[in-house]
Design a protein around this ligand. Structure first.
Ligand SMILES: Cc1cc2nc3c(=O)[nH]c(=O)nc-3n(C[C@H](O)[C@H](O)[C@H](O)COP(=O)(O)OP(=O)(O)OC[C@H]3O[C@@H](n4cnc5c(N)ncnc54)[C@H](O)[C@@H]3O)c2cc1C
Length: 453
């Protein structure tokens, strides 16, 4: 039973710090153990991407914790994708209908610090430099190490917010079959930087997520509030050119960028040095058949369902998890019932966004500058006007609404069929058979609750 309202969280990353805040604000006694040092004292030791896209799901969770204002002070608005074709001028493709439908670029380190401060202000106790090593589920104890220190502690229940390589998940797997599967993407990523321009200005349009789509590889760039951009190159780890194997060093990267991303070259003065210094990151989709050991331990965020980053939803989904788990803990007396309700609610939704994230890689790297894609995108917006409570574009359902991801996926698949049938064999919207399309929409899509007006 959770009558003592005590809980132990492993990891003070994005999910761990937010969950600690939400629970401490509701009167829980929360202890958090984090492997890294306190980022407020030693600076933020990253590891994953430097910045992230924050969308409505994540923002909603931040509002619940009262941390949205502090986070948004450092955020940069992104209205849409600025697509940089191989030849020709960059073009903005808006994500939504206007500036009420946008996403935000935020710095991971700054966000983490805001959440850590909020957790402490709410009364949670955070222990830094304390790495979970081992759990004894029978005795309800665990061992943390760090700073030459080793300690055994007891717990009422453990929450694993310790990321994709979760130690808690590893410990749980020793006492129960979690059904773990890891599908590695054969593409990796490397980060580069566009520094500020003369006079400290942004060198390219700041209010956009820039994409250089090139078929089976791409670059993207997200703005930072200090007027830089973090550029991420995604391409295969190995195989025919270009891959990280055929572009092994700074000199090769300079040639590759000159031929494939020519307009980005003058923007990245340290290209060779960044390329040599920064590691190639790996990406994977993690799925589990169970996220918990009865009422003793449960996983959230990347520890439960790491995903590829192409929908910019990993953190947003992890934040939704935190709200769902905090709500479940408030509405059930026993940990087991709360963890079970949380898992039942979130597992199908995590699977849906993992699927959509994989699909979105193809869209970003290959489809965004195709004529048929642009025609379907224009039609999507017109159908949204004609059927505002029925047809909501895929991107809007995922990024501007909080309907369950599984519902967004199901409706997106129906909508894709409608768009494909409507545009088959035509090149302009003038040729659309509106009566047929409207009938298709009405017959296949029910009204969607919570639709933006
Ligand atoms: C290249 C890239 C780009 C991304 N872009 C986006 C984006 O634009 N939008 C978005 O929503 N998501 C994005 N994501 C996904 C996002 O980074 C993750 O979903 C998010 O960080 C998950 O948060 P988390 O708290 O579950 O895990 P993490 O942020 O990984 O935090 C885990 C924490 O646990 C700690 N820890 C680990 N092991 C232990 C241990 N044994 N003991 C104690 N502590 C431990 C770690 O130090 C860390 O602080 C991106 C990911 C990548 C790789």
């Amino acid at each position: 039973m959770n009558t003592g309202r005590q809980i132990t969280i492993i990891g003070a990353g994005l999910a761990g710090a937010l969950l600690a805040t939400l629970l401490a604000q509701r009167g829980w006694r929360v202890e958090v153990f984090e492997r890294r040092g306190d980022p407020r004292l030693h600076g933020y030791a990253g590891g994953r991407s430097i910045n992230l896209a924050l969308a409505e799901r994540g923002l909603h969770a931040l509002r619940q914790a009262g941390t949205d204002d502090a986070v948004m002070r450092q955020a940069v608005m992104m209205r849409g994708r600025m697509v940089h074709p191989l030849d020709g001028q960059p073009e903005l493709q808006r994500y939504g209908r206007d500036d009420s439908e946008v996403i935000w670029s935020i710095n991971r380190g700054e966000l983490n610090i805001v959440l850590i401060e909020a957790a402490e202000a709410a009364g949670a106790t955070l222990h830094f430099d304390r790495r979970l090593e081992q759990v004894d589920f029978d005795r309800s104890t665990f061992v943390v190490k760090g700073d030459g220190h080793e300690e055994k502690r007891s717990f009422a229940a453990l929450v694993g917010a310790d990321g994709a390589g979760s130690t808690l998940r590893g410990q749980m797997a020793q006492v129960a079959d979690l059904g773990e599967r890891i599908d590695w993407l054969d593409h990796g990523y490397k980060e580069l930087e566009i520094p500020p321009g003369p006079g400290g200005s942004f060198r390219i349009e700041p209010n956009a997520l820039h994409i250089w789509p090139r078929g089976h590889y791409m670059c993207i760039a997200l703005p930072n509030d200090e007027r830089t951009f973090t550029v991420t190159l995604f391409m295969p780890h190995a195989g025919p050119h270009p891959s990280f194997e055929t572009v092994p060093d700074g000199d090769a990267a300079a040639d590759f960028f000159a031929s494939d991303f020519a307009d980005a070259v003058p923007l990245i003065p340290q290209l060779e040095a960044d390329y040599e210094r920064n590691p190639v990151g790996s990406l994977a989709t993690l799925t589990l058949d169970r996220w918990r050991i009865d009422g003793r331990a449960v996983l959230v965020g990347d520890a439960a369902h790491a995903m590829v980053p192409f929908h910019g939803q990993g953190m947003n989904c992890a934040f939704e998890d935190c709200v769902a788990l905090a709500d479940a803990l408030e509405s059930h007396d026993a940990f087991e019932a709360a963890f079970s309700a949380f898992e039942a609610e979130r597992m199908p939704n995590a699977a849906a966004i993992q699927h959509m994230a994989l699909e979105n890689y193809l869209e970003m790297r290959d489809r965004v500058d195709d004529a048929d894609y642009r025609l379907q995108r224009a039609l999507e917006l017109m159908l949204q006007d004609r059927h505002p409570h029925r047809f909501v574009p895929h991107y809007a359902m995922v990024s501007f609404m909080r309907i369950p991801y599984a519902v967004a996926l199901e409706r997106s698949e129906i909508q894709r069929g409608i768009l494909q049938r409507a545009t088959a064999g035509i090149e302009h919207l003038d040729a659309i058979d509106w009566a047929a399309v409207d009938a298709d929409v009405r017959s296949r899509l029910g009204l969607l609750e919570g639709t933006p007006a």
